[in-house]
Write a new protein. Structure first.
Length: 315
């Protein structure tokens, strides 16, 4: 009888431990939470095509379901937008008209009720003074790919777009008029500024240029990091911390560890880190190990391999 009670108590204790360990894996129930909207207020009227929607982050939410309908969700003539985003803001370019927009917060197991608001966009086809926002690439984008995909949202009442590309001295390298919202171009290595504006040729008006974004194309092989410790051919105990010195411009390193000095066998271990040191897992005793580095810069270029260092684990 005592044995049965002990088993029962142990079973309950085990269940409590399991439930406790799983608690971090269970999504918070946000179904009764209220999402707080910052802007725009209900029944807002604007004479700008670009409308910024902003809300507060909700504790426990993974993403947000954002929709815009015309004229309202009870009698939808056009669903302008239906998107899931992890951000807490979204800017949409809208034609003149009456709209409803709504947003709810979501996670893997629950969702809040939609918050719905009314919006009136009161504009005409005159684009003068309107702000223009581009989509990609992001500001200060760095890449080793010379083929660049430029993109932006379609702007209301615009039938053409003007794309401009300048060097860092503000010398114009390109000035193109195109009808689409995408431009794929091949550029040389270097740093550039690019911007776009919308045009309406029926009334000869244009938006402002978008804020110029810096773009850097770098295809140069970077310098490699230099191994520092443990010293080459050293004998060490388990718990080895590899360290190295990084040259300027390096953002990450790959570490290759092997018991083969040529790194040709299948017994290779790869580690990546944004730091300049790495704690190795326990290794086999009385085995000579070899390690080397390969570095990567912000553009994604890879260096050559570093010099090879070795060590032996004796206990």
């Amino acid at each position: 009888m005592k044995c049965t009670k002990v088993v029962q108590r142990l079973t309950i204790l085990l269940l409590l431990i399991i439930l406790s360990s799983c608690s971090d894996l269970i999504d918070k129930n946000i179904s009764k939470s209220t999402l707080i909207i910052q802007s725009p207020p209900d029944n807002f009227t604007t004479n700008n095509f670009n409308v910024p929607f902003i809300w507060n982050a909700l504790d426990g939410a993974d993403n947000y379901h954002f929709q815009i309908a015309k004229p309202n969700f009870d009698s939808i003539q056009q669903l302008i937008l239906d998107t899931i985003t992890t951000a807490t803001q979204y800017t949409a370019a809208l034609l003149s008209g009456i709209y409803q927009w709504r947003i709810s917060a979501e996670n893997g197991s629950s969702t809040t009720a939609f918050i719905t608001r009314r919006l009136n966009v009161d504009t005409n086809s005159n684009l003068s003074g309107q702000l223009f926002i581009v989509t990609a690439p992001s500001a200060n984008f760095i890449t080793n790919n010379a083929i660049i995909n430029f993109s932006w949202q379609a702007f209301p009442s615009a039938n053409l777009y003007e794309f401009t590309l300048t060097d860092q001295n503000n010398n114009t390298l390109q000035d193109k008029i195109i009808p689409s919202t995408v431009l794929i171009d091949t550029l040389t290595s270097g740093s550039f500024y690019w911007a776009v504006r919308a045009l309406n040729t029926s009334n000869n008006t244009t938006t402002q240029y978008s804020t110029a974004r810096l773009l850097t194309i770098n295809t140069t092989t970077p310098a490699v990091s230099t191994p520092l410790s443990p010293p080459n051919n050293s004998i060490d105990t388990n718990g080895i911390i590899l360290t190295w010195q990084r040259p300027s411009g390096i953002v990450g390193d790959s570490i290759i560890v092997s018991n083969d000095s040529t790194f040709q066998n299948n017994n290779l271990n790869y580690y990546t880190t944004g730091s300049s040191s790495y704690l190795l897992p326990p290794l086999s005793l009385n085995v000579k190990y070899f390690w080397r580095l390969r570095s990567q810069d912000a553009a994604g270029n890879l260096s050559v391999y570093s010099a090879v260092y070795s060590f032996t684990v004796n206990h």
